[in-house]
Design a protein around this ligand. Structure first.
Ligand code: E4P
Length: 214
């Protein structure tokens, strides 16, 4: 499963990238607003650090506005992926851009039928938001499994990107459910390589080694 970081913070992106296992980045308007920086400039900086797909979200809600924004965003770097919302105008823009060879990430996906339509429109990625589904007492992991089954039944190429990940158990669950990618906050990326028994075990090995060496 590919691991993307879900942030527009350069320091977090650098630290995650230095771990050597980062495959891409997702941003959204809320994450960019938090950084209080120029959007295009920040995307350029991110693309200098990470060579994998970097999702940049439009804020227009009509087809033509989305295409105008996408045209400007794709000029920033070759690895920019255009992020569009799962609404009818977004679906139409997805088809237009995908037909032109532009990679699209369809975001704010909350039901498998949205995922089916965006696959038919040629989306490169679909982003089901499992944390937000769990927040309203739904089952986000079940949505990922449902989309996996539908995509496999019909051979759709769109990659399933598990988004809105809240904790490491979500990651295990989506990996078991067959997500192709998970986009993860930096706090959760750090949890992935950390276990108290690893720390205790390492401490003991090193202490025993020291004793053995006299
Ligand atoms: C995905 O690309 C989104 O940026 C993100 O995962 C949203 O997560 P949230 O529900 O934590 O805001």
């Amino acid at each position: 499963m590919d691991i993307f970081i879900d942030t527009a913070n350069l320091d977090e992106i650098r630290q995650a990238n230095d771990m050597g296992v980062l495959d891409g980045v997702t941003t959204n308007p809320s994450l960019v607003a938090k950084e209080k920086v120029d959007f295009h400039k920040r995307l350029g900086e991110i693309c200098e650090i990470v060579s994998g797909p970097v999702s940049a979200e439009v804020v227009s809600v009509d087809h033509d506005g989305m295409i105008r924004e996408a045209n400007a965003l794709t000029k920033i770097a070759d690895n920019i992926v255009i992020k569009l919302p799962c609404i009818v105008e977004g679906l139409k823009a997805c088809k237009t851009l995908s037909d032109r060879g532009v990679r699209v990430n369809m975001t704010l996906c909350f039901q498998s039928l949205q995922a089916m339509l965006v696959a038919k429109a040629g989306a490169f990625l679909v982003s089901p938001f499992l944390g937000r589904i769990d927040d309203i007492a739904g089952d986000g992991v079940q949505l990922i499994s449902e989309i996996r089954t539908i995509y496999d039944n019909y051979g759709y190429d769109t990659r399933i990107l598990a988004a809105s990940i809240r904790h490491s158990k979500h990651l295990v669950d989506v990996a078991k459910a067959g997500a192709d990618v998970a986009t993860v906050p930096f706090s959760v990326i750090k949890q992935m390589m950390s276990h108290p028994l690893t720390d205790v075990g390492l401490e003991k090995f090193l202490a025993d080694w020291k004793k053995g060496q006299g």
